[in-house]
Design a protein around this ligand. Structure first.
Ligand SMILES: NC(=O)C1=CN([C@@H]2O[C@H](COP(=O)(O)OP(=O)(O)OC[C@H]3O[C@@H](n4cnc5c(N)ncnc54)[C@H](O)[C@@H]3O)[C@@H](O)[C@H]2O)C=CC1
Ligand SMILES: O=C(O)[C@@H]1CCC=N1
Length: 274
């Protein structure tokens, strides 16, 4: 994105997710003075200053008028309160929410505009390897969708879903998913230590294995199950481990856990969307 075509973008909430997107935008050449952030928390404002040279506003003001896009990066429970002072200045803007669970119906009601895209990003966006699910209300035109793709594309991959409730599945998969991977990394590292390796050695082995295996899956035309079978010699070591995982129903427990995340996304909408 160059200087002349750079949109003006405001962020409401300047925490982890906002920082990931801001980092992506700056990396793609969006000038810092095209980015406005409202962030009430002093330490978070200081972090934005140090990291990006952005002086965030501590409260909504007329500086929010004339923005092309407003990105909502507050916690679901803070959204409604955050919306009231902002809505007065931003009725003309396109809005992008990354808040888990909060529906565009609620957001449209709070902001007084239906021009809303809902996104479910994930934290690998911090290193440009994010995966974001997107849903646009019908009032968002192709130009609006293209702007969203430029912004979110600066943080990694994205995909559009055609029904808003599918974002609950996206949340359970890629939104929360990095935490599942980190849990597996922790468990693999512990196993390595139990078998006599150092914690550093174990962690390196675990992280490199995830990196390598997922890169292989991404580049391969074969399914994950075929790739798995290629590692698994009959009666060998992988067979011993996978058999134990199947006998103890690890895959079923994993699937059930994702359904819990999906259910929680729906609960959040009911809880904080009123
Ligand atoms: N962390 C994650 O992996 C993901 C988070 N999300 C969503 O992103 C949103 C933000 O999450 P994080 O960045 O992790 O949280 P965070 O806590 O790092 O950032 C939220 C920021 O909003 C600020 N804030 C609170 N009240 C405000 C107000 N009235 N006006 C403006 N700012 C206000 C807080 O001070 C805080 O710095 C959440 O809704 C979450 O559901 C979505 C996908 C992944
Ligand atoms: O745990 C959460 O509610 C948010 C949404 C996806 C990742 N973090």
């Amino acid at each position: 994105m160059n200087q002349t075509s750079s949109p003006r973008i405001a962020f409401i909430g300047g925490g982890n997710m906002a920082s990931a997107i801001i980092g992506g935008l700056i990396g793609r050449g969006v000038p810092v003075d095209h980015i406005t952030v409202v962030e009430p928390f002093e330490a978070a404002r200081a972090a934005l200053q140090t990291k990006f040279g952005i002086t965030a506003l501590h409260t909504a003001s007329a500086a929010l008028a004339g923005q092309d896009l407003v990105v909502w990066a507050v916690k679901p429970q803070s959204f409604k309160d955050a919306a009231t002072p902002v809505a007065a200045h931003t009725a003309q803007a396109l809005h992008l929410s990354v808040a888990a669970g909060i529906t565009t119906d609620s957001i449209a009601q709070w902001l007084g505009t239906p021009r809303i895209v809902r996104a479910m990003p994930n934290t690998p966006a911090l290193v440009g390897k994010g995966m974001t699910g997107l849903f646009a209300r019908p009032e968002v035109n192709a130009q609006g969708q293209a702007l969203i793709e430029r912004v979110i594309g600066s943080t990694g991959q994205f995909l559009w879903v055609d029904a808003e409730d599918k974002l609950d599945a996206v949340t359970a998969m890629s939104g929360s998913g990095p935490a599942y991977v980190f849990l597996f990394l922790e468990a693999m590292t512990q196993a390595g230590v139990d078998m006599g390796l150092t914690a550093d050695q174990s962690y390196q082995l675990a992280v490199a294995t995830f990196q390598g295996a997922t890169e292989l899956a991404a580049r391969s035309d074969e399914s994950a199950s075929v790739l798995r079978e290629r590692v698994t010699s009959k009666g060998g070591t992988t067979y011993a481990a996978i058999t134990h995982m199947q006998q103890t129903e690890l895959p079923q427990h994993f699937i059930a856990a994702l359904r819990k995340a999906e259910a929680r996304a729906k609960e959040l909408a009911a809880e904080f969307g009123k």
